[in-house]
Design a protein around this ligand. Sequence first.
Ligand code: TYD
Length: 205
Amino acid sequence: MSSSGRFITFEGIDGAGKSSHIEPLAGWLRQRGHELVLTREPGGTELAESLRELVLHQPMDALTEALLVFAARRDHLVRQIEPALARGAVVLCDRYTDASFAYQGGGRGFDLAVLSTLEAWVQQGRQPDLTLWFDLPAATAAARRGAARAPDRFEAQDEAFFERVRAGYARRAAHDPQRFVRIDAGGERAAVWAQVLAALQSRAW
Ligand code: TYD
């Protein structure tokens, strides 16, 4: 078992199917003796979950949105993620800062330099050890999302928005190829799961 913890994040556009692989991966890692912490952004602490409600449902401008997701991240990082990593846990986090670059930067067109400044202030160098990027075309993701529930402020966006988000993820992946593993999320669930396991096994985790 690792003594310094591992920080693994899950990314992708809404409807990519990432969330359904987090619990199975947690089970796989627990069997190998790791302590697991499953969490999400925005969210993961009481304060950050309150901010999530606002970000997902209240009208606001792009700067307010960016500040709130980073405020939520700060609280989550300091009070949940860092203590878990310090005691040697594996942290599986459904979205992290790449989502800010993809959604606020790519989707909304918000200033990437400001996002980089916020990233540096809030994280003080803490990056995931591994980021699993579930990638698929926006049209496929939209068909998967369907009309099952009332959409939040992001789910309500059009296909062009999600293609910009996807391009935002592609840029982040290109800048950090060691950290990112692109998962082809357009196929069958079993094929996607095989790629998730391969990413972990290739790092001997
Ligand atoms: P999501 O993770 O898709 O949760 P659920 O599966 O419950 O819908 O929802 C979170 C939304 O927040 C998602 O649409 C992306 C958005 N988001 C940002 O815009 N910026 C961020 O920094 C983060 C972490 C999420």
